[in-house]
Structures are given as structure tokens and as C-alpha cells.
Design a protein around this ligand. Structure first.
Ligand code: 5AD
Ligand code: SF4
Length: 450
């Protein structure tokens, strides 16, 4: 019998990359490859990269420094780099990293098996980074398909917004929306395989379908996914505040499966900074959307992205970001020091903020947010929440873990059940008894059905 080939895959960056890596695993599983978590035993190493900031980009070079020498013992090993850094560097990455076999761009994911077959056993190195009108790989289902509780479904790729700091439109290409019918079919298949929760992914889901003639809107797509039996929860990311339509806000009230949680990247609280970022909204118009959302779903949990130290950001500008954190009351933020991305408009801006200043602002921003997050978690104590079990808790000790509809993590001891064993995918009513730094502790009061 032929020995099974092994694929090792490493993923940096966003959820879309995680989803893409699932697709790569699926493509190679069809060819008989088995995933492995040990790079030293792999026949194929794939690194799925991110270039949104400099740090994940640097990570790639250190990973290649570890993996390329493995070829001395395993000359058959093929190493491929995909994702945003691959797209940006193309052939230059092969020149910089001798021993690297394949560079595949963000529209070329489905070509990887062919590229691997072509380079295996040869001295060839290949780089394929063309942009296509319809990015390849979007119709490949991510793996593993069998009974996971939550699954990610990419609904669109690319971005046309060109925020001045952002590399994404340059490396992911123009916005492309998958046909609504294909997305609904994929979610239906996931539901049949036991998936209870779907996360719909795109760089800017709010503009889903707008540029494809005859396509449904994002709110309509959510409506169709809401009808699929077996699916209990729907989430999506990422929304651009400027494109957050009233139709979409209303969907939170009308679609029972749409979870009351939303990631709405603010980036900065100062109108002057927002203008230089090219975001297309002001602090006041952002707050207006938040207010409308809260009229429709008073308890909606909001999260956001913040960049500190954008060129020209004064202390007064930065203070306005802190004020926005207070005014909105985010559950959580993802905050970053501004990182210059070559090729973007902001790379030519002057009035650079020193790294020391950026670090200091980031620390202040995170400290302020920690207090806000803590107060919000503490306010949950005593409430009853519906928890979708994702698995046993990281802390072990017989505890289980899951999320509330607002996406707050709840750990709880296994209850004494009348209806058999607890399992991932179960829904329980849980009373929140304690708040920790990033999670809650609860006690089961009932099965969701009872
Ligand atoms: N520097 C720092 N953060 C950035 N982001 C995007 N580009 C940059 C950059 N050049 C952040 C934004 C975005 C998130 C995915 O990454 O906050 O929402
Ligand atoms: Fe980047 Fe702006 Fe597009 Fe988001 S909306 S991916 S920040 S260009």
C-alpha cells in the first residue's frame, strides 16, 4: 500500500486565512494527504501568510528559516507560501528564499495541487500570483466538514475601499461576491453535517452583492441563511461602518438566529485622523449607527479594531479614541500600533509617530479598555444566558466551555443531566455566577429546550 503523504499547514492573520487553510487541507485530503501537526514529518509544508502589519510578515521569514533546512533530510519535501505576503512578493520571494518551491497568490488557492505536482521531484520553483475576475478557491469547501459546531463560510473576497493605511485591497484584489445560491447551498451542507453556527466572512460584508447585477443584498442573504434548519446561530465579519445599512440594522431585530454581536471597526476617534485614513465616516456618524443598532437590539455586544499612532495623530486625537471607547462601551477591542505598509497612501504621509509613543498609547488604550471589558463582564453576573457548547474547557477539570449569543465565553461544570451526556453543539441555559478577565463562569439551569 502507498504511504499516505502528510501536509503541515501554518496560518497567520485573519479568520479568512484560517478558512483558506481549511480549504487547502480539504483539497489535499481529496488527494490522499493527511494533516500533521509535526512539520518534520511533512511531505508538503504550506504557510498561509498575512501582510496587514509588519509583524506577521516577519514571522514568515523566520518560519522559512526553520523549514527550508528540513529539505536536507527530506529532499522530496515541497514548501509553498500563499496568502497576502505571497501575493505581494511574487517571484521575488523565490529569489530571496532559495529552497522555497511555490509562491501562490490570493486568487490561486485552487491551483496549489497542480503546482505541487509540477515541482515535486524537479528543480523547478513556481510563482503564480495573477488576479482573476473570479478568485479561485472560493467555491472549495473548507475542511474539516464533519461535525464541528461552528464553521466559517467566505462569502466575498477583496476590498474596494483603499483605506490609506491598508494593504488588503492591494493583495486581495477587487471586491468579488460569491453567488448567494452557492453560499446558501454550502451552509445547508454544513448544517446537514452537524454545524450549528456559521460565521460569514468577507473584508466588507456590508457591500456583499452590491456590485454583482441581480445578486441579493447582504441582509437578504442573512434572511435566507436564517431559514436553514439545523443552523442555530449566524454571525458575520467584517462590517464597514460607512456601509452599515438600516436594512442590515433591522435584520438584527427580524432574524432570530442572527446573534446580537457585531464587530464594527472604528480605527480612530478623531475626525481629522479618520479623514486621513479615508474611512468615510465621522465619530458622530459612527455613534449614530451604534445608537440605531441599540434601539433595535439594546443588548448588542460590540467589538472593534483600533489603530494608534497613525501619522499625525496628536495626543488630543488619541484622547478622542479613548472617549469613543467610553461612549460605545465595547465588549472587546483589537488594538494595533500603526505599521507602515509599502505601497499604501499612508506610507507617503509624514509626521510619523515614534515607536515609543505608539507603544505608550497602545498600553493606555488597552488599559482603559480592560476596565470597560471587566465592568461589562461583571454586569453579566446573576443573568441567565443561552450557551452553545463548543467543547471541554481549556482549563480541563471536567469543565465545559461555550459562548453566549453575544459571543462571551462561559465555562461551566458538567451538570447532572436528565437527558444523557453533554456534548459540543448542545444548548443550555446557564446562570452566570462569576466574571474573570476574559471569560465568565456559569452553572447550568436547564437544557435550552426545557
Ligand atoms: N497598521 C496597523 N494596523 C492595521 N490594520 C490594517 N492595516 C494596518 C496597518 N497598516 C488593522 C485595522 C484593521 C485590522 C484588520 O488590522 O485595524 O481593521
Ligand atoms: Fe482594509 Fe479598509 Fe478594506 Fe478594511 S475596508 S480591508 S481596512 S481597505
Amino acid at each position: 500500500m502507498l504511504k499516505k503523504q502528510k501536509i503541515y499547514i501554518e496560518t497567520y492573520g485573519c479568520q479568512m486565512n484560517v478558512c483558506d487553510s481549511g480549504k487547502v487541507v480539504h483539497l489535499f485530503a481529496n488527494l490522499g494527504y493527511q494533516p500533521t501537526s509535526d512539520s518534520r514529518t511533512a511531505d508538503l509544508i504550506v504557510i498561509n501568510t498575512c501582510s496587514v502589519r509588519e509583524k506577521p510578515e516577519l514571522k514568515l521569514f523566520s518560519a522559512l528559516g526553520r523549514y527550508i533546512p528540513l529539505k536536507r533530510q527530506r529532499p522530496e519535501l515541497v514548501i509553498a507560501v500563499g496568502g497576502c505576503v505571497a501575493q505581494q512578493w511574487g517571484r521575488k520571494l523565490l529569489e530571496r528564499c532559495p529552497g522555497l518551491d511555490i509562491v501562490f497568490g490570493t486568487h490561486q488557492l485552487d491551483h496549489l495541487p497542480r503546482l505541487v505536482a509540477e515541482v515535486r521531484g524537479s528543480q523547478k520553483a513556481l510563482s503564480v500570483t495573477d488576479f482573476l475576475a473570479r478568485p479561485g478557491g472560493l467555491e472549495v469547501m473548507a475542511s474539516p466538514a464533519p461535525a464541528t459546531v461552528s464553521a466559517m463560510v467566505t462569502i466575498m473576497q477583496g476590498c474596494d475601499n483603499f483605506c490609506s493605511y491598508c494593504i488588503v485591497p492591494h493583495v486581495r484584489g477587487r471586491e468579488y461576491s460569491r453567488p448567494g445560491s452557492a453560499i446558501v447551498e454550502e451552509v445547508r451542507r454544513l448544517a446537514e453535517s452537524g454545524v450549528k453556527e456559521v460565521m460569514l466572512l468577507g473584508q466588507n460584508v456590508n457591500s456583499y452583492g452590491l456590485k454583482a447585477s441581480g445578486e441579493i443584498s447582504f441582509a437578504e442573504l442573512l434572511g435566507q441563511v436564517n431559514e436553514i434548519s439545523g443552523i442555530e446561530r449566524i454571525r458575520f465579519t467584517t462590517s464597514h461602518p460607512k456601509d452599515m445599512s438600516y436594512e442590515l440594522i433591522l435584520a438584527f431585530a427580524t432574524l432570530p438566529k442572527l446573534c446580537p454581536s457585531l464587530h464594527l471597526p472604528l480605527q480612530a476617534g478623531s475626525d481629522a485622523v479618520l479623514k486621513r485614513m479615508g474611512r468615510g465616516y465621522t465619530a458622530a456618524s459612527y455613534l449614530e449607527k451604534v445608537e440605531k443598532l441599540r434601539q433595535v437590539v439594546p443588548d448588542i455586544a460590540l467589538t472593534t479594531d483600533i489603530i494608534v499612532g497613525f501619522p499625525g495623530e496628536s495626543e488630543a486625537d488619541f484622547q478622542q479614541t479613548l472617549t469613543m471607547l467610553e461612549e460605545v462601551g465595547y465588549d472587546q477591542i483589537y488594538s494595533f500600533k500603526y505599521s507602515t505598509r509599502p505601497g499604501t497612501r499612508a506610507a507617503d504621509y509624514d509626521d510619523i509617530i515614534s515607536d515609543e509613543e505608539k507603544r505608550e498609547r497602545l498600553a493606555r488604550c488597552q488599559a482603559r479598555q480592560n476596565e470597560i471589558s471587566q465592568a461589562l463582564l461583571r454586569a453579566q453576573v446573576g443573568k441567565i444566558a443561552e450557551v452553545l457548547v463548543s467543547g471541554s474547557s481549556k482549563r480541563g477539570e471536567g469543565e465545559w466551555s461555550g459562548r453566549t449569543p453575544e459571543s462571551r465565553i462561559v465555562n461551566f461544570p458538567a451538570p447532572v443531566l436528565t437527558s444523557g451526556k453533554i456534548a459540543a453543539g448542545d444548548l443550555y441555559q446557564v446562570k452566570i455566577v462569576e466574571a474573570f478577565k476574559h471569560s465568565l463562569k456559569g452553572e447550568v439551569v436547564a437544557d435550552a429546550g426545557s
